[in-house]
Design a protein around this ligand. Structure first.
Ligand SMILES: Cc1cn([C@H]2C[C@H](O)[C@@H](COP(=O)(O)OP(=O)(O)OP(=O)(O)O)O2)c(=O)[nH]c1=O
Length: 189
């Protein structure tokens, strides 16, 4: 039985390596549609499940596949990855000086079964000037990150406080994942 991470995210790969997990990576080409009308946590789980299932279709029957999807939720609005600097500016302007939720949906597929879960962390971003937002965008860091910031990078300068799981914000809530993997017969600890 081998573990496959169905993700192109270098952050997810790093987090899974951090806990000593041996795995390979196969990326899916699932398109995320954050406009689908369902509650945000269901949306994240839906996309996580789609990513894991797509890769499970290519994997061996004994393999266990992990999929994840991270979104930012503010005032009921869902932010995925910004497509361009303009959208990144809109997102960061909305997030500045207040708190929002980061939700990661998780899916583990193995032996023809699927286990899902999600984690939710409240993140407070400090007040930001337009110039600070522009300088942050100019670093290029926001573009491939949900909500246009990376808590593990320069974006740490923006974050005032968090309540909840840190690794969830980075893209893979490790304690939730460990619980799902246990159900699939894999112990990380
Ligand atoms: C909020 C936040 C998000 N992110 C990242 C994690 C995810 O890589 C990304 C959200 O996009 P996702 O669509 O969840 O993932 P992805 O497209 O990077 O990879 P894949 O679909 O192949 O699994 O945002 C951070 O790295 N730091 C942060 O602080």
């Amino acid at each position: 039985m081998s573990i496959i991470l169905a993700s192109a995210s270098p952050r997810r790969k790093q987090l899974l390596e951090q806990v000593g997990c041996k795995f390979s990576v196969i990326t899916s080409d699932v398109n995320e549609d954050n406009q689908l009308s369902m509650p945000p946590h269901q949306l994240a789980v839906y996309h996580a499940r789609a990513k894991a299932s797509a890769v499970a279709g290519l994997a061996g029957r004994n393999d266990v596949v992990i999929g994840a999807d991270t979104i930012v939720v503010v005032d009921g609005q869902v932010f995925g990855k910004p497509n361009d600097d303009f959208t990144a500016r809109q997102m960061l302007t909305k997030l500045a000086g207040r708190s929002h939720f980061v939700i990661t949906g998780l899916a583990v597929v193995g032996n023809g079964r699927v286990w899902t879960d999600f984690a939710r962390t409240e993140v407070t971003i400090q007040e930001l000037t337009a110039a600070q937002i522009d300088r942050y965008i100019a670093t290029g860091e926001p573009l491939d990150k949900a909500g246009a910031y990376a808590i593990q990078g320069l974006g740490a300068l923006l974050v005032e406080r968090i309540e909840g799981c840190y690794t969830n914000v980075v893209g893979l809530p490790l304690s939730n994942l460990a619980r799902l993997l246990t159900k699939a017969g894999i112990e990380l600890l």
